[in-house]
Design a protein around this ligand. Sequence first.
Ligand code: ADP
Length: 257
Amino acid sequence: MEEQLRQAQKMEAIGQLAGGVAHDFNNVLTVIAGYANILKMDLTSESAQYGLADQIAAAAERAAQLTRGLLAFSRKQAMSQQRCDLGDIVRRVQQFLGRVIGEDIQLKTEILPEPLPVQVDLAQIEQVLINLAANARDAMPGGGAITIATGLRDGTGHGHGEAAGPRAVIIVADTGEGMDEDTSRRIFEPFFTTKEVGKGTGLGMAIVYGIVQQHKGNIRVSSKPGEGTVFTIELPLIEGADALEPALASQPLPRHG
Ligand code: ADP
């Protein structure tokens, strides 16, 4: 568990660092490109200074592309997929999530007895649950409860472009301060945060969204100010409960680099 927790914290730190640096760096680049373009306006296009200002603007644009790539990296990594039971994933995460959320917050799980076979990148799905739990914790400064539940949805009748076929469902609910509609709408935007400067990067939910998309799943949020928040994630269910990673929860944790 030690190693797993360290890895999760490392990923959170890398994400924060990469996201934070890229964000601030982008602001600097905007200033550089802006002034270079103002310089160009004051110069005739034949002058040597015009060419230099043009090169500054082009270099700033290349650097902006790099920071966009950095952001994409902090959200999307190569997938390494395993066939797992979603219930096993929750049982496994439960073992170290307590350390993430602290002692004032109760962690409850409601896991369907039958296996829910999904094909996922385990580390990424764990990252999703860690990010959701960390936000839930932040929304409950006076304590409260987080419930993680699994479920099954048959794939019929929902329409509106949603993928057909049965879906494995995972719900993360908290009893925290909740959000108004405006906030709920914006939470998946990179850099959207309501936390004070230095506390939030606004990347956690963007990362969650990116991972769920990569898994061909979908996520929605339902929240009421003062009452709490419920995130519902649906992932494609795969055929057959055989050949799943055996007893993930009791399996030794992989060693990451
Ligand atoms: P950060 O946590 O750095 O602010 P996130 O992308 O993880 O960035 O979250 C963005 C915003 O979404 C948060 O600042 C908060 O306003 C809101 N939010 C996310 N999860 C919850 C939750 N469970 N309860 C209340 N607000 C939440």
